[in-house]
Write a protein that binds this ligand. Sequence first.
Ligand code: ZN
Length: 567
Amino acid sequence: MKIQKSALFSVLMAFFLIAAFSCIFGCKAQKTNEGVNLSSLERAPDIKERLAKYAPTEITFDESLLNEEDRAVLEKLVAAARYMDDIFWKQLDQEGLALKEALEKSTEPWANDYLHFLKINFGPFDLQDENRPFIGSAQRLPGAGFYPPDLTKKEFEDYVAAHAGDKEAFESPCTVIKRKDGQLVAIPYSTEYGEDLEPAAKALREAGEITSNPSLKAYLLQRAEDLLSNNYHKSDILWIDLKDNLVENVIGPFEVYEDNLMGLKASYESFVYINDRQEMEKIKGYLSYLDEMQQNLPVEPKYKGQKVSGLESPLNVVFEVFVAGSAKAGIQTSAFVLPNDEKVREEKGTKKVFLKNVMEAKFNKSLIPLSERVLSAEDAKLVSFFAYFNEVILHEICHALGLNYVTLPDGSRTSVGKALREYNSAIEEAKADIVGLSSVPLLMERGHIPKEKEPEIYTTYLAGMFRSLRFGATEAHGLGTLVQFNYLREKEAFLYDPQTEKFKVNQEKIRQAVRDLAAEFLVIEGKGSYEEAGQFLARYGQMDEITRRAIQKLTDIPVDIEPLFRF
Ligand code: ZN
């Protein structure tokens, strides 16, 4: 219940603040003619330590792979991406944007550090500190900038129940909800963010005109149109169909992680990257086992999806060139799977993109030093990039396994995402981790993973959990990890030595425990049971003292990288 509780708390806090100080939103941070009055704001004193959590790291790639045309296309894609930053600031909170402008103008000696950290977090809430403010005292609204600040979940649900005709627009990932003349209205993103989307679309069109690759041209021109029409269906399909292109991007509203009120609204972001063709060949093999992995799931057939391998599921390993918007905030993405539109997924499947240069940078800057601190000396030696890369690939592939659509007890058919609502992200992320891991023995039997690597894989997984848990357990990935960690400790698959205060993998028990946990998630999803999802997260989603202490020992190790781009 952790998600719901913290969301409810924030709503109550916001309500209380509005009631107690009716001017709080009008004069929050005491705006003057110049904007925000910075000196009136509370500031976290440990800003240097907070900044040190992100190791500035240049994101490099082999530029000799690019010809002149590729370079020109890349520049346009980067130009389009930059507008996603602007939109994402607005989506999170207009107040954050006002604060950014004030800090940019400020001549105070301390302003630079706060501005730097504000830019990393895209706002005044520390993503590494469960969204608590590091400047100012306003609490993050669960609905961020997607809904009116005073809107409650109940009011939203009551409204949708009473206005069936508005349901689709209200529940769309691509609308903002506002109050107009006392009535709730849904406004399309294309209208709300038109001033940024127009120039972004223009840059995409220009890139489309430069490229000589027909599939890339078709995709970019369509994407430009879709950014302005608010319907991404056509370009989503063209993106999956990209062929023989070196340069590529994704751009638009994708993930709903920032909407803690309803879990509906998508944040804008962009990834610009070039394909690593050599590496793609090497790991293509995984996809040929997808069907077998589906059949091998440790659940009854009714909880397994029908076809997997029949779907078109390209697999990209890439070098990241640039990111913007949600993708740039806080922790950097190692891999993603898109599109999210379930209709496109059923029709065409998904495409997975692995950002290998980002993964390697993270591994070196945080996972290695971290494992030396929390794992037994023997286990720390087992942590490897081979295993890490392998796990990320399996995680992304395994989002496709299990059921995507379910029939509820009342006979209605819906997506798992809609059935599990705000619990879905945490459950789905954890499912992808654990189902991936539970497929390792099969892949070893097939000779795709060397058998002697099994201990490395489980141990690197355990090390990776601490990396994830440091992010806090409120965000979907973090909560999903905590649930796995607590479950596997309960089953004695992970052991803690109170003498040395270090953890290790119980290689005798881990394989079966992983399989059992995979079954738990697959059944919750397969039933589409909102109640069981909530109960499972509540039972295993609490952080105990031992874990908290272990994480405290990591404070001086960078949590992640802060990407620096050449473009
Ligand atoms: Zn995932």
